[in-house]
Design a protein around this ligand. Structure first.
Ligand SMILES: [Zn+2]
Length: 322
């Protein structure tokens, strides 16, 4: 995508680029490219299949790549070994390194803005066409775009929690602590490679980094998202299944469904006879269970559906009065 902001626009805050393309905040998000004739044919079939049905929507990393957040399962992503929960809590050195990288990565990713795909998902909700949104992304861009009925399946990278007393903090609060403990670290750190979607930046020289402890109890702080080796909290899974059970169809956008935490919703929808539509470039683990698989840009496809799906008739679906 080569969309550029209008000349003279204020791109404020993208900072002195450290090897990353600068994030540009624009409001509203620029439109996605129009579908090709072939894509439009697929999308028209999706409209026929989904018209009159309330949707549960499941999104993944492919939705945020247009916002400059890399998809580490995408075809061009470098191989990567994310830290496991056990490594994080069990090894102080790895934890120090993790926080140093996260400190740098978060300062970049926090500037990312929602794109046309996030805006389209929020529009589907505003139009009353959805029962809710289940996202595997931790980048809080759906919330920024205006989606309210959202289950952040894997947590959010703008929150931090204490593993001892369970107090939750905004990432911004912890960032100020880290800046006080590590003066000049952000300024003298150079980025050698991309940043992962969980804000893990490739940073050298982390030995001297000082990790912040919980301001309340001195306990261990951890970014509030689900690590590899960790389970999605049960109440969150239940909330997501409730959205799916209330829906008449499942729309998956921008996820290759590599992890079971997302795939299980596709399996459940299939088992309960709800149509499944998947929008993703490249194969997904749910393709065999999908009624329709659309190979198209995620933002393009979502924008099309948000514009073309008809309103629900008043007596179709939804909570009944009395
Ligand atoms: Zn605490």
């Amino acid at each position: 995508m080569t969309s550029t902001p209008p000349a003279g626009g204020d791109s404020g805050g993208s900072g002195p680029g450290l090897g990353l393309t600068g994030f540009v905040r624009s409001d509203p998000a620029p439109s996605a490219p129009l579908p090709t004739p072939d894509e439009e044919g697929q999308l028209r079939r999706a409209v026929e299949l989904l018209a009159g049905r309330r949707l549960a929507i499941l999104t993944g990393a492919g939705l945020s790549t247009d916002s400059g957040i890399p998809d580490y399962r995408g075809p061009e992503a470098p191989p990567r070994n994310p830290m496991t929960y056990q490594e994080f809590v069990g090894d102080p050195e790895l934890r120090r390194r993790y926080w140093a990288r996260n400190h740098v990565g978060w300062h970049h990713l926090r500037q990312a803005a929602p794109n046309a795909g996030h805006a389209a998902v929020a529009r589907l909700e505003r139009r009353g066409l959805t029962t809710g949104l289940i996202t595997q992304n931790v980048d809080r861009l759906h919330t920024d775009a205006g989606s309210a009925l959202t289950v952040d399946l894997h947590g959010r990278f703008d929150r931090v929690m204490c593993l001892e007393c369970k107090t939750r903090y905004s990432r911004q609060t912890i960032s100020r602590l880290l800046e006080d403990l590590n003066p000049g670290f952000l300024e003298r750190t150079r980025l050698d490679a991309d940043i992962a979607p969980d804000a893990d930046a490739d940073v050298a020289d982390t030995e001297d980094f000082v990790v912040a402890d919980c301001p309340v109890c001195g306990g261990m702080l951890k970014p509030d998202f689900v690590y590899f080796g960790e389970n999605v909290p049960r109440d969150r899974v239940a909330a997501a299944f409730a959205m799916l059970n209330a829906a008449d169809a499942l729309l998956v956008a921008g996820s290759s469904l590599t992890v079971m935490s997302g795939l299980r919703f596709v399996k459940h929808a299939h088992k309960t006879g709800k149509p499944v539509v998947i929008i993703n470039r490249g194969p997904t683990r749910g393709d065999d269970l999908a009624d329709l698989k659309i190979e198209a840009g995620v933002a393009t496809a979502l924008e099309y559906l948000a514009a073309e799906l008809p309103d629900l008739s008043r007596d179709a679906g939804g909570p009944q009065q009395g």
